[in-house]
Design a binder for this molecule. Sequence first.
Ligand code: FAD
Length: 505
Amino acid sequence: QFGAAASDAYSSIKNRPIKKVVIAGGGTAGWMTGAAISKLLGKNLDVVLVESDEIGTVGVGEATIPTLHIFHRLLGINEQEFMAATNATFKLGIMFENWLQQDQKYLHSFGFLGKDCWACGFQHFWSKAQQRGIAREIGDYCVEHLAARQGRFAVLPNQDLNHAYHMDATIYAKYLRKLAEQHGLKRVEGKIAEVQQHADGHISALRLMSGELIEGDLFIDCTGFRALLIEQTLNTGYEDWSHFLPCDSAIAVQTKTTESPVAYTRAIAHPSGWQWKIPLQSRVGNGMVFCSKFMSDDEAKALLLANIEGERLIEPRVIKFRTGTRHQHWNKNCIAIGLSSGFLEPLESTSIHLIQRSIVRLLQMFPSNGIQTAEVDEFNKQTQIEMHNIRDFIILHYKATQRDDSKFWRYCRDMAVPESLTHRMELFAQSGKVYKFAQELFGESSWIQVMMGQGILPAQYHPIVDAMSDGELTDFLGTIAANVQKTVQNFPTHQDFLQYYCKSA
Ligand code: FAD
C-alpha cells in the first residue's frame, strides 16, 4: 500500500525541526546518502536506512566521473584503500566507437585541451592549424587523452591526472555502509509494505512486512526505479525524455578479465544502441543498452554474448528503464536521490555524480528548523538545471551521428532535439565557440571533444589566431604536444601502477 494510509493522528512535519532522517533503499544512492548524512550531520540527527535483501539493488553503475573525488574528500575516503577494496581501476575518459560512423572512434577524455588565451579557446588555434595541415590529433594536446590511449597512468604530487574510477558497485555500497555505521547510522533489513502519511500528505512512517514501524521527520527515497515514496506515494509525476533518449532497456553481464584493463570505458555503438565495457581489476562489466522499438531482448542478449570475451560470472540480466526526470525531486518531506529521481541513461556515467550533487545540495539546504517552501523550490530548480544540461550533452552523441545503417540511427539523426542543444551545436559549427553555463558539469573541453568526435567541425576560428604566423602557430602547438608526450612517457603502464598502488594501500 503506497499512498493509501493518510493518518490524522499526527500533525504535519512542515515547519517542525528535523530530528530523524529515514533513508528508504540501500543501493549506491542509499549508502552514499547514508554515509554523508551520518558523517556530517549525524551528531545531531538519528539516521536510519531500510533496505531489502530480497529485492536487492539494480546491480550496475560502475563507471564514474572525476567529481567523485569531491565526495570522497568530504567523507575522508583514502583513494588507495577505496580502490583496493572495490577492485577499482582508473578511468581517464570514454572511448566512443562507431558513433559517428562505423569503424570510427574518438575519446572523450577528462583532461583539458591545450592552452586558452584571453580571447578564445584552444580549439580556435587547432582549427587554423588543421586547415593549414599542421595540426596533430586534438588529443595529442592533452595529457589525460594521450595517457589513456597509450595505456599509461600515474598519480603525481604536483600533477594529478583528472581521473575517475571503474569500481564494483556492490562492494562500494558495503564500503560506505561500514563508514555510515561507524558514524551511528542504524540499518534495518526488511521490505517496506506501506508508506504512511500525515493528513496533509507529508510522510510519517514506513511500515515493514515484519510489522515494524519506522517513523521519521525527513524521508529520502533511494528505492531505485520503484520510487516507492516520491512516486507511488506522493504521485509527483515524471517528465518523459524518451523521445530524445530512446534507449529503454539494458542487459548486463560480468566476465572474468582476459587482458590488462584499459583506463577508459568503452561505449561501442551497435545498430540499435550501444554496448559498454567497464574494466575492473579482476572482472569486466559488460552491458548492452538498446531501444526495444528496434531490438528485442533476445536479439540484444545474442549480440551481447557474441561480443564478450572471458568466462561469464553471472547470467545476463535485463533491466528496463524510461529516460526522464521527476517533476520535483523534493516533494513535501521526501527527497528522491538516485534512480527514483530520474534517469538519463548511462552513456556519460553521470548518475552517481547526480546522486552526489543531490546529497551535497541537501546538506547545504538541510531543513534543520523545518521545511521552507523557498528552499524546496531552490533545490528543485537547481536539480532541474543540472539534469537539463547533462541531458543535452548526452543527446548530442545520438543526434550528431552520420550513421544511416539502421532505423534506430536514422531516428536519432532525424529527431527533434531541445532548442538549447541546437543552439550549442550551431554556435560551435559556425564559430568554434562553446556555449556553457557557469558551474555546468561538462566543461568546454568535453563539449569540444564530443562535438568534433561526432563530426561537428567549426567553419571559422577566432581572428586573434591570425596574429600568429604559421611558423609561430607550429611552434606553439609543437611545444604543447612535446610537453604532453614528455609527461606521459614517464608514466608507468596503467596495469603496473594499479598493482603498485593497490598493494601499498
Ligand atoms: P537501486 O540500486 O535499485 O537500489 C534500490 C534500493 O531500494 C535497494 O536497496 C532495494 O532493496 C531498495 N528497495 C526497493 N524497494 C524496496 C522495498 N519495498 N522495501 C525495502 N527496500 C526496497 N551510473 C553511473 O554513475 N555510472 C554507470 O556506469 C552507470 N551504469 C548504469 C547502467 C544501467 C543499465 C543502469 C540502469 C544504470 C546505470 N547507472 C550508472 C545508474 C546507477 O546504477 C544508479 O544511479 C545507482 O546504482 C544508484 O541506484 P539506486 O541506489 O538509486 O537504486
